[in-house]
Write a protein that binds this ligand. Structure first.
Ligand code: PLP
Length: 450
């Protein structure tokens, strides 16, 4: 069965974010057919631990019957209804109210999409439209960070800071800039900071604040390599945006709904953005949904115009997706999922510390909630990296895969980062199993180094 499907896959299926040639030659490494909790099974019945919640999204784990049931009930009653021309339906309204209560500050107004990229594109367009209605139509520029990932629609990919994604589109959308990531002192206005050139503040000053619509950033950079901002960084960006009247957009597509041990990533630093984008964890991946959640002041500006909001998707506020999201959020609260993510952070950190002490190539271990990573260096002490062509992180992840654990790499700019992000329902024993498999995989990896 596996062989037959693999051949059909190679023949007919162009995969997203996949090396095309290698895939065409080798076919899929795994063909998944079912899942339960943190486990998935392939078509041959072989079981794996999903150490990444797939794409950091299956936060309640696989096989949650209650979510399937919520979808079935809604589909049977009203599978789809449009939200164009002001039409509305129960689930979209209920979910908007729920999101308003969960998000910090006065982030009380919701615009629905079908995923993270659409949410970010929508946030950029809504931010620009806000300035247009406000009488400052020249505020069009969006500043993102290097190594950021915001998705792959044209706007989102232009905001994305990883050069590989930018180079894929040889005609980027205009008016997107990339600042140095996570440079605190320069954002605080310290011009003597050697990082000043190219930091957000420097770009704002050079371009002119009256041309900047928004700054966009992930509270914790995910795909770029699981980078936590230094203490004070998010607050400094908030202050900088306030100083110049720039809108602050935080991309909570990964960090939203408990991943970092708080309901939202920004809650770790008590920052309230002007717009927040979410997707993934809003339904735990059981249905395709995203949203832009904005401060009331944004909507209060938009209502000053008689114009139509010429932006929307057929599936904006899809009833089935909204019903799944409502059930997902109900379970997150009922089962104290966010607290579990925080509690498991301690177990994960202890395990990572053990790996760092035991294995000579492991360094820079880190975790916030269940968003974690470590790095491989040829010699961490002297800072000597592996030759990028050696693909160290890839090799280790392959060792883990051979031992039935699925993890993910971030190999940008010569880094060898391995990300770990299990479902938020993971228990202590399961976290320890994950660490134990990584431990064995590292032993095998280092043995081959000689
Ligand atoms: N923003 C962040 C931080 C992400 O990690 C992702 C996806 O991984 C996206 C946006 C894009 O979301 P989607 O793939 O649902 O369009």
């Amino acid at each position: 069965r596996m062989k037959e499907l693999a051949e059909l896959d190679k023949k007919h299926y162009l995969h997203p974010t996949t090396p095309v040639k290698a895939h065409f030659e080798q076919g899929p490494p795994i063909i998944v057919s079912e899942g339960k909790g943190i486990y998935i099974k392939d078509v041959n019945g072989e079981e794996y631990i999903d150490g990444m919640s797939m794409l950091w999204n299956v936060n309640l784990g696989h096989g949650q019957k209650e979510l399937a049931q919520a979808a079935q009930e809604q589909m049977s009653k009203l599978a789809y209804s449009s939200s164009f021309f002001g039409n509305s339906h129960e689930r979209a309204i209920e979910l908007a109210e729920k999101l308003a209560t969960l998000t910090p500050g006065d982030l009380n107004v919701v615009f629905y999409t079908s995923g993270g990229s659409e949410s970010n594109d929508s946030a950029f367009k809504l931010a620009r439209y806000y300035w247009k209605v406000k009488g400052e139509p020249n505020r069009t520029k969006i500043i993102g960070l290097e190594r950021a990932y915001h998705g792959t629609t044209l706007g989102a990919t232009s905001a994305t800071g990883m050069t590989e994604f930018q180079n894929f589109v040889n005609a980027k959308a205009p008016d997107f800039f990339h600042a140095k990531a996570h440079q605190t002192n320069c954002e605080l206005g310290d011009k003597s900071d050697p990082n000043y050139e190219g930091c957000i503040r420097d770009i704002v000053e050079k371009e002119g604040p009256e041309t900047i619509a928004a700054v966009v950033l992930e509270p914790v950079q995910g795909a770029g390599g699981v980078f936590f901002p230094p203490e004070g960084y998010l607050q400094a960006v908030r202050k900088l945006c306030d100083e110049f009247g720039i809108l602050m957009i935080t991309d909570e597509v990964i960090t939203g709904f408990g991943r970092t041990g708080k309901m939202f990533g920004v809650n770790n630093w008590d920052v309230v953005p002007d717009l927040m984008t979410v997707a993934k964890g809003i339904t735990s991946g059981y249905s395709q949904l995203g949203a832009v959640i904005m401060k009331e002041k944004i909507r209060d500006e938009l209502v000053k115009s008689d114009d139509v909001l010429f932006h929307g998707f057929t599936y904006s506020g899809h009833p089935t997706a909204c019903a799944v999201a409502l059930k997902n959020l109900e379970i997150i609260e009922r089962d104290n999922i966010v607290a579990n993510a925080k509690n498991m952070e301690a177990v994960l950190k202890e395990g990572l510390k053990y790996l760092e002490e035991k294995h000579k190539t492991v360094t820079k271990t880190r975790a916030l909630g269940l968003l974690a990573a470590f790095e491989l260096y040829e010699d961490p002490e002297s800072g000597k990296r592996f030759d990028p062509s050696f693909l160290a992180a890839h090799k280790l992840v392959d060792e883990c895969f051979d031992r039935k654990l699925i993890l993910r790499t971030a190999e940008w700019d010569g880094d060898n980062i391995i990300a770990i992000a299990p479902a938020l329902i993971v228990n202590k024993q399961e976290v320890e199993n994950i660490i134990s498999i990584i431990d064995d995989s590292l032993t095998a990896f280092e043995k081959k180094l000689g």
